[in-house]
Design a protein around this ligand. Sequence first.
Ligand SMILES: O=C(O)[C@H](O)CO
Length: 328
Amino acid sequence: MANANYFSSNKPPKVLVTCPNTPKMGITFLKENGCQIIMLEKSSEEDVLKHIAEVDALLLAPPLKLTKRILDVAGGNMKTIATLSAGYDHIDVNDLKRRGIKLGNTPNVVNAAVADIAVLLALAAARRLHEGRLKIENNQWQSDYQWMLGQDVCNSTIGIVGLGGIGQAVAKRLKGFEVRQILYTGHREKPEGEDLGAKFVSLDTLLRDSDFVIICVPLTNETENMCNQDFFSKMKKTAVFVNISRGKVVDQPALIEALKNGTIFAAGLDVMTPEPLPPDHDLLKLPNVVLMPHLGTATVNTENEMSLLAAKNILKGLAGEEMIHPVV
Ligand SMILES: O=C(O)[C@H](O)CO
């Protein structure tokens, strides 16, 4: 992609990498392209502050937040940031705009892995995976034809909230499970929806008609707490709720209440509030919730691809070119 002469100055640009476990693929690519890497031993704001003044670019891995303090201490050369994530709710994008700093993210390469987790959670919650395991552990196994009945995916209506790259990948996968129809909602109807045979509807219609409600929207001011008591009250009692987006999209106490009192059937969550979730949290006491510790992108290939894309964004930014996936 580039070589040591790629940059206008002769000095190798310094890139601060916040996560010591950033996959090697991206780091090697940066080195091969003439960058000097400063790798933190611990991913913390304090450690970033020790180095940020001397670097030209930042490879930032959430959950570490890009704070105002970090940006205030950053030197005048630090105009390029790549986040090792598709989501960028840990970054104040408007502040970056004001400061003239470029930001790139890693969408698309995450779609398949995150969509796999959405399907996994949908099936697991519908078929009471966690509850079944608890029954075995507690010696409560009953051989009875009316025992532990779940919900079918086959012939069901799937409701996807947010038909972006991940939402589309979820739809593609669930079509293979012979669902009856796929509904989606969002800001507008999308041509990709038509290609997938999915129908654009209002949020209320989606909640009313769906057997599975799958949240695939980014966390923004608009989506924060959008899944609240009113939202759950509009879902079917037999419906399964899945969230692979961000925990803050959900009013979590309202979800817990809806799961406890049978407003909805079950939930599958890869994301929650807070993360990490304390081991004594109420969510962990509910048999009808399947939880995963934010593992949506956690496959070897996906993390490698993310690191490579983040590295490419950094090289483009340092060269004064448009990033491959620019946010600002
Ligand atoms: O946004 C993403 O890419 C994942 O959720 C990891 O933060």
